[in-house]
Structure formats: C-alpha cells, structure tokens
Design a protein around this ligand. Structure first.
Ligand SMILES: C[S@@+](CC[C@H](N)C(=O)[O-])C[C@H]1O[C@@H](n2cnc3c(N)ncnc32)[C@H](O)[C@@H]1O
Length: 214
C-alpha cells in the first residue's frame, strides 16, 4: 500500500477548502459508526473537488455509479441548480436506504433519484445527455460502466473515475494482483487506448481520472 499524500498535508488541504455543511459531518460520523468499509466514502476534500468540477461543468444532469451512504451524491447535488438531477446507482438496499435518509435531510435531496440494482442495468435504462458522471463502484464493472456512460455524455461532458491508483496496487506485478487490481489496471488501459479523448489521471486521494467526452 502506498500513501499518496502525507496525512498532515491532507489535513491542511481540507482546512483550506470550503467547509462542508454539518449534515456531511453527521453522515460521515454515522457511516463510520454503523456501516462496513466506511473508508469507501469520498470525504470532504474529494467531495469538494467533485462539487467544484460539477460547477465548472455547469452540470444540470449528473449520473453517479456507487451511492454508498450518499456523501459524494450530496456534494454533487449541491452543485446542481434547483431543476438539476442526479441519478445515483446502488446495488445495496441498506446503503440506498441510509443515503435516502440523508438526502431527505438536505435541501438538495429532492434533486437526487436513487437507481437501486446492478448499475449496468440501471445505466442501460437511463437516458442522456449527461453533463457529468462519477464512477465509484465495484472495480470489475468500471469498463462496462464507462462504455455505457460515454455515448450518453454531451460533447464536453466530464467523466470522473475514482480509485484509479488503488492505493498504489496498480504498480504490482500482474502475478500478485487480485481481481479488483487487475480490473482497475484494465480500466486504466481501456481509457488510455481512447486516444481521441482528452484525459488526465490525478493523484488526488486514491487517484482520479478526468475524461472529457467528445
Ligand atoms: C466506493 S463505494 C461508493 C462511495 C460513495 N461514492 C461515497 O462517496 O460515499 C461503492 C458502492 O458501490 C456499490 N456497488 C458495488 N457493486 C455495484 C453494482 N454492481 N451496482 C451498483 N452499485 C454497486 C457498493 O454497494 C458501494 O455502496
């Protein structure tokens, strides 16, 4: 495992980014107290980053893959105008229920629709165009999700893929890699192979790739 950013620098960056609403801290505390694998939650720095990206895009329609307890979804929804819409895909009814509870406590929750079920099925049914997409679910599904989303993006729309450095495990020898690591490496190659798409891989948190649709 490789820590990408010194923890003290991460704390400094959080302190110099916009303070998140108290509800986000409540959601973080609830998730860490009651939900398995709470570290899957994006947190305030990445949440703020997603919100800023959505605002730069002028996003009105966003699709998210991987709701979990709703942190990234709420940050994205807070960037949407009143008539904006976030569709967020989640396979776990328990996670979706927690997310809905927090969405309903937020002034932005009415902009969010949870699509419960396997994301590939939900994405196949959703109609574009989308201004922004955030992929943050099971790693073996990333290529499928990306391929389903790309044709539904408006030209100039932004796709964001999370965990693309996978705590540094992308550097492991192929023989050592588990299924998720292989899947992330395959996704990174899949994106790299699309030479006509502008993209950049960032070392924020666990690695994020930004891809601009043509
Ligand atoms: C890394 S977490 C998402 C974290 C979330 N973006 C946040 O900030 O709190 C991944 C989520 O994807 C969900 N998931 C896994 N496989 C899925 C699938 N096939 N379809 C839809 N959701 C899936 C998991 O249940 C989990 O809640």
């Amino acid at each position: 495992m490789i820590t990408l950013v010194d923890e003290r620098l991460e704390t400094y960056a959080v302190a110099h980014s916009r303070e998140v609403p108290a509800l986000m801290d409540e959601l973080r505390d609830h998730t860490y107290a009651h939900v398995d694998l709470p570290q899957m939650q994006v947190g305030s720095l990445e949440g703020n980053f997603l919100k800023v990206l959505a605002r730069i895009c002028g996003a009105k329609r966003i699709v998210e893959v991987g709701t979990f307890t709703g942190y990234s979804g709420l940050m994205l929804a807070s960037a949407l105008p009143e008539d904006g819409k976030l569709y967020t895909c989640e396979i776990s009814p328990e996670n979706a229920a927690t997310a809905r509870t927090y969405f309903d406590k937020s002034p932005h929750g009415s902009k969010i629709e949870i699509k419960l079920g396997p994301a590939a099925e939900s994405l196949a049914q959703l109609e574009g165009p989308f201004d922004m997409a955030f992929i943050d679910a099971d790693k073996v599904g990333y290529i499928t999700y990306f391929d389903l989303i790309l044709p539904k993006m408006r030209p100039g729309g932004l796709i964001v893929a999370d965990n693309v450095l996978w705590s540094g495990r992308v550097l492991q020898d192929a023989a050592e890699q588990d299924e998720s690591t292989k899947a992330i490496c395959a996704f990174n190659e899949h994106v790299r192979a699309q030479v006509d798409l502008d993209k950049v891989m960032l070392t924020i948190r666990d690695g994020m790739t930004l891809i601009v649709a043509n």
